[in-house]
Write a protein that binds this ligand. Structure first.
Ligand code: NBP
Length: 481
């Protein structure tokens, strides 16, 4: 039903896929929702198709839209990230009043959110950068929501967001994340983990296909079985469904007729760039982003087709054993990917003084979002037990899970290499694990080389201070600090 007199508790501007579904989600939860879109056709299309799902207020101009809202006003922006978001914020800020709340639910870069929050705060407005995950379906039926911004604004906004979010064991998949850009930062890392998770699943599929010769339907059954155990997750579940899909035109599995060049919208790349700035080794996420890029260089790939493989090993003879090895390697690599993502969140929290609570993130990612998975309960437990965990890998449950998987993990990576099957994320995750547990890394040699050509100094294992060797003179050592 639409009304022109109703006073709306929330306004949504930007009524494309995400905005229209979130607006319907609010209405279905009993809120009166003011609707606005740059081109009014989308507003009318939404009202035409779903206007009977709740109370909506149709508006055409920003002034009309803002005027339809209860004070303090709450406006959710769901437009294309970047310049469009800045344009809409400016239009809103011009007519909103101190104390009102602007929420950006798009995939904004967190540094943009920090800038926007400061600019709005200077004008007395509350700006909330809210990461929203779950795609179209989640937006309608319950997404995971990661709102940042001023804590006070959450008092007025939190109940609305929590009511439309997914719930797991009755707990909303939404909580106040922290100040300014923290909500969009954790959403960005969430997406980075999603990239890694998808790449790992892709590598498992590749091995089942090319190392064991399984057809898509057979692999679907394997993923379905895996989804009943510790790997249970949305991404594994939809992988099985995708692999079962038969193409109507050719009668072949759809996956076999889709071009093998993966695209990306940028949040994975942002995660890696941010990790580089923070100095956090998110190797699994980086490999996933690069793997998509590599798949996309189609001309180069075509030119390289037929390059020598060298002698390849025989395929594994015990398919059941090797499939189980792949399952374990997937689980171990996935633990590494999440551990790295949580390390990046800890580093971002320190860098920006956000005081983020990793256990809360694991809690709200259990439902609604793309990376929802059974093992997030384990991550939640691990951080609840020890909020200062140096690495997720060191939590007793994960340590044991990896110990149980490590032999399989090594067999899978070694076999993939011998068969010429690329497994960048499996291999880099295993290398990360081995590097982390190594007693001595070759970094000592790196330090000596740096000192040799750049007098960058080094520390000694047996004495405090910084040292430099006079490499181009008599090679004696001096203490410099
Ligand atoms: P899009 O990202 O495709 O954006 C389309 C919307 O932006 C339309 O409402 C369009 O209005 C509006 N818009 C544009 Br484009 N330029 C504008 C401008 N200068 N001023 C005002 N409005 C403008 O929509 P979406 O896929 O629904 O995503 C919305 C946001 O949610 C994005 O930031 C996206 O990254 C994020 N997100 C998407 C997903 C997902 O699964 N799709 C998941 C999570 C987050 P028009 O109708 O007049 O052209």
């Amino acid at each position: 039903m639409t009304s022109s007199t109703a006073i709306a508790q929330i306004g949504v501007t930007g009524l494309a896929v995400m905005g229209s579904n979130i607006a319907r989600n609010f209405a279905r939860h009993g809120y009166t929702v003011a609707l606005h879109n740059r081109s009014v056709a989308k507003t009318d299309a939404l009202l035409g198709a779903h206007g009977d799902e709740g109370e909506f207020v149709r508006t055409e101009t920003i002034a009309e839209f803002v005027g339809a809202l209860e004070k303090p006003r709450r406006v959710l922006i769901m437009v294309k990230a970047g310049e469009a978001t800045d344009a809409v914020i400016e239009e809103l800020a011009a007519v909103m009043e101190p104390g009102d709340i602007i929420i950006d639910g798009g995939n904004a870069l967190y540094t943009d959110t920090i800038r926007r929050e400061a600019a709005m705060a200077a004008r007395g407005l509350n700006f909330v950068g809210a990461g929203i995950s779950g795609g179209e379906e989640g937006a309608l039926n319950g997404p995971a929501i990661m709102p940042g911004g001023p804590k006070e604004s959450y008092e007025s906004l939190g109940p609305l967001l929590e009511s439309i979010s997914a719930k797991v064991d009755g707990v909303p998949c939404c909580t106040h994340i922290g100040p300014d850009g923290s909500g969009h930062f954790v959403k960005m890392v969430h997406n980075g983990i999603e990239y890694a998770d998808m790449q790992l699943i892709g590598e498992a599929y590749h091995l089942l296909r090319d190392a064991l010769g399984f057809e898509a339907g057979h692999i679907a059954a394997v993923f379905t079985e895996w989804n009943s155990g510790e790997l249970e997750s949305y991404l594994v579940e939809i992988t099985a469904q995708v692999l079962e899909q038969i193409d109507a035109t050719t009668g072949k599995p759809l996956v076999d007729v889709i071009v093998d060049a993966a695209e990306q919208k940028g949040t994975g790349r942002w995660t890696v760039k941010s990790a580089l700035d923070l100095g956090v080794p998110v190797t699994g996420i980086a490999e996933a982003v690069f793997a998509r890029a590599l798949s996309g260089v189609r001309a180069q790939r075509q030119a390289a087709h037929g390059l020598a493989s060298g002698a390849l090993a025989e395929k594994p003879t015990d398919a059941t054993q090797f499939a189980e090895d792949i399952r374990r390697a997937l689980y171990a690599s996935k633990i590494v990917a999440y551990a790295q993502g949580f390390d990046q969140i800890a580093a971002g929290s320190t860098e920006y003084g956000w005081n983020l609570r990793p256990g809360d993130l694991a809690t709200i990612w259990r439902g609604g979002c793309i990376i929802r998975a059974r093992f997030l309960n384990r991550i939640k437990d691990a951080y609840e037990h020890n909020p200062e965990l140096p690495s997720l890998i060191l939590a007793p449950y994960f340590r044991e899970a990896i110990e149980q998987a490590v032999d399989s993990w090594r067999r899978v990576v070694a076999t993939a290499v011998q068969l010429g099957i690329p497994v960048p994320a499996f291999a880099s995750s295993l290398s990360y694990y081995d590097a982390l547990r190594a007693q001595r890394l070759p970094a000592a040699l790196t330090q000596a080389q740096r000192d040799f050509f750049g007098a960058h100094t080094y520390e000694r294992t047996d004495a405090p201070g910084k040292y430099h060797t006079l490499w181009s003179a008599d090679r004696s050592e001096m203490r410099v600090e």
